[in-house]
Design a protein around this ligand. Structure first.
Ligand SMILES: NC(=O)C1=CN([C@@H]2O[C@H](COP(=O)(O)OP(=O)(O)OC[C@H]3O[C@@H](n4cnc5c(N)ncnc54)[C@H](O)[C@@H]3O)[C@@H](O)[C@H]2O)C=CC1
Ligand SMILES: O=C([O-])CC(=O)C(=O)O
Length: 329
């Protein structure tokens, strides 16, 4: 049986490339396919591994009732024409490490992966996951010169989801009724905002005492490390994949979602030439608006302290990349 459509657009299926088919990347591939959002290309440097994962995911399609294609590859040529490229390649941290300890190894990987991917998908929107997240997003932007609407980092959705979870557990309500907002870097200096976090519209500052809120804020700040310590073999991947999938869905379905993402700032919040978590409206073009919230002096100071730590690591990354470049000459 063969059928040739007269209108190819009706049959068009968007394609998302995920570079790095490890725990986060492969779980994200599953989420995207099973939500029926797009075809997925999973790329990794390990020979045959992404091919195996893709075949496994393809064999689940009938049971999960979707018809999305999942391609596993070691060759960027297979990623051509992707609408979205996700960079999840690089090493995760081990217990006792900070995300910043990954900088030296991951900087070169992210720059190389981003450049290889954009060469095949020049119109793609890029989402960076690799840690340390804000610096990696900055490096990917620097390497590609993409306008800020088309490149962003995933962290704020995850950190806010953790804050949401801890508020819901503390207050004994469904997380669905909780909205939480976390800005700043994806590190110990992230800035959870209790004033902008609510249980069905009621700010948590009206519902909990200051000591309780501070405990939840601290748990959120160490949410990634808590999981690394528990698992001992790497970091979180279920919630990170869900958080990235929400961003992808917002873009592919042009949903105009307001989500905290790591964006390149151009004067917002008094910051520029840095990538940092701020609330952004996401639609089919990527970031269409960066929202500037009214912050108290203390909240603004915390955001700037957070930015300072990212800036220091951006400077370190420039030295690392320059040294790597010198040694290759
Ligand atoms: N932004 C966030 O909120 C989060 C960030 N992460 C970060 O995401 C990264 C990936 O984490 P996991 O999936 O748990 O690690 P993983 O070790 O399971 O997977 C990483 C994969 O990257 C691949 N890889 C390494 N170099 C590559 C290259 N040059 N090209 C293509 N693939 C390459 C590896 O072969 C491996 O399969 C880590 O840096 C981790 O810290 C993880 C969770 C949340
Ligand atoms: O903690 C880690 O290393 C992974 C990560 O970024 C997170 O789960 O927030």
């Amino acid at each position: 049986m063969s059928y040739s459509p007269s209108s190819p657009m009706l049959c068009y299926s968007p394609r998302v490339t995920i570079v790095g088919a490890g725990r986060v990347g492969s779980t994200l591939a599953q989420r995207i396919a099973e939500k029926n959002l797009a075809d997925v290309v999973l790329l990794d440097i390990i020979p045959r591994m992404p091919q195996g994962l893709a075949l496994d995911l393809m064999e689940a399609r009938g049971i999960e009732t979707h018809n999305r294609k999942i391609i596993g590859t070691n060759d960027y040529a297979d990623t051509f024409g992707s609408e979205i490229v996700v960079i999840a390649a690089g090493i995760p941290r081990k217990p006792g490490m900070s995300r910043d300890d990954l900088l030296k190894t991951n900087a070169g990987i992210v720059v190389e992966a981003t450049m290889s991917a954009i060469a095949r998908s020049p119109d793609a929107i890029f989402i960076i996951i690799t840690n340390p997240l804000d610096v990696m997003t900055y490096l990917a932007r620097q390497a590609t010169s993409l306008p800020r609407d088309r490149i962003m980092g995933m962290a704020g959705v995850l950190d806010s989801a953790r804050f949401q979870t801890f508020i819901a557990m503390e207050f004994g309500v469904s997380p669905v009724d909780v909205n939480a907002m976390v800005l700043g870097s994806h590190g110990d200096l992230m800035v959870p905002l209790p004033r902008y976090s609510t249980v069905n519209g009621i700010p948590i500052t009206e519902l909990m005492d200051a000591a309780t809120i501070e405990r939840l804020v601290q748990r959120t700040r160490h949410g990634g490390a808590e999981i690394v310590e528990l698992m001992q073999t790497g970091g979180a991947f279920f919630a990170p994949a869900s958080a990235t999938c929400v961003m992808i869905e917002a873009i592919l379905r042009n949903e105009s979602r307001l989500l905290p993402v790591a964006a390149y700032l151009q004067g917002e919040y008094g910051l520029e030439n840095i990538c940092l978590g701020v609330p952004c409206r996401l639609g089919c073009g990527g970031i269409d608006t960066v929202l500037e919230l009214n912050l108290t002096d203390a909240e603004m100071a915390a955001l700037h302290t957070s930015a300072e730590s990212v800036r220091e690591n951006i400077e370190r990354s420039q030295e690392i990349l320059a040294t790597a470049g010198d040694s290759q000459q």
